[in-house]
Design a protein around this ligand. Sequence first.
Ligand code: AMP
Ligand code: ZN
Length: 491
Amino acid sequence: MIRLFNTLSGQIEVLAPADASSFRMYACGPTVYDYGHIGNFRTFCHVDVLRRALLLEGLKLRHVMNITDVDDKIIRNAAQAGVPISEYTKKFERAFFEDLDALTVAHPEVIARATENISTMVRLIQRLAAQGYAYRTEDGSWYFRISRFPEYGKLSKKDLSGMADGARVDVDEYEKDSARDFALWKAPKPGEHFWQTELGPGRPGWHIECSAMAMEYLGDTLDLHAGGEDLMFPHHENEIAQSECATHHTFARHWFHVRFLLVEGRKMSKSEGNFFTLRDLLLKGYKASAIRMLLISVPYRQQLNFTFEGLAGETAAVDRLRTFHQRMMSAPRATETNRELLAETEVCLRGFRAGLENDLNTAEARAAIFDLVRAGNIAADAGAVSEENAAVILETLREFDSVFAVLEDRDSAITKFALDWAEQEGRLDQAAPEVIAQQGLSDERIQALVEERTQAKRSRNFARADQIRNDLAGKGILIEDSKDGVRWRRK
Ligand code: AMP
Ligand code: ZN
């Protein structure tokens, strides 16, 4: 049973679906106006951890994510580029999914694009207007009247007593401290893209998008709603107001907010200019698996300060896990089962599960697995790992990896993908020279060289063996001789 902090109640609560058939969750998706930065992906990776942990519990999931493919920034950028908004967003939507795949983030069951759900939004606004929660202004825009919803502020715990009735704001992202009537529907400014609807010409505000699509695909009451901490106010507060005023039901029973990724103590963000995209890091030679590991290893309730040292540490951690996994598959088997190791494995598995169940404490969960790596390696050094020991350890690693998803080595293919993209976009100058050199060698070619080196050593041609080793090292390929044989890996 997973216990998770609920922003709405301020308490840790057991997570369970209201209706046993499936767990219904909604996570705010990206605004596809540019490449996402790794701060955005920290949130998506932690939602993925939640998703995977729920599946591990045996729950059936219905997870919906929106794609915001129309908003102020998209309209501005598409106009600057001189292309229709759909053409402009398509490229960044594709890039977003490529980045999710690189980070092994599983896709939700439903992807809902704002521009494909306009009529649902229009109906929701009409429903609000019919009950006196929405009003139209002279320019043809529609606003939500927050003074009609006394519970406004219950999620972010803001005191809104000084709020001015009727003060309005029409930008999607506004000052974090001022509660104002917010736009549900925006009349078009000259030259802007618009939809002709029963509300008049215009386009939806950002907040109504999520309310309308969440309820369309999941029903009036969701089991859980997720997003980054910056969305708590005003976005999620506005979603609650719109949805609960329309339906008179609780909108989401549980609110899950992922804390920020920081750079030198400040939120990583486009506007601060202190961001890295996933592709920036891949081109510098960092591995996708290490980036995922870094983003998820600090629990979602804590902010995470991004550093390159931290990333290098996670690269080593993933290598250590993979080497151990390999070793448990191939190490020579002892005939007798090591009872002590069997018991240690059981303790580690329980520690892993307990960590996840404890408010998705990924740090605790992974620490238990590294305890297992230590114990397993000591036993393997002593030749004391039996078939049964190895099987139970491998099963534990499988369970760990169903959530952490870092054992399978796709890193080289992902880096190759990033390089191809950089070449197409004319950005190869952003790639580190060793990354370009390393990718020039296929896995088959490396394997052949490694075998040639082994042969050279056997025939005591140490000069040739050393030469191969050094050449490969210069291209970022490391050969490791161990008791269990020769392995190579890309640095
Ligand atoms: P956006 O595409 O800007 O709407 O953001 C997508 C998701 O990333 C939202 O859930 C944001 O809350 C989240 N987000 C934005 N910046 C950060 C950050 N520095 N750390 C963690 N999550 C973030
Ligand atoms: Zn949203």
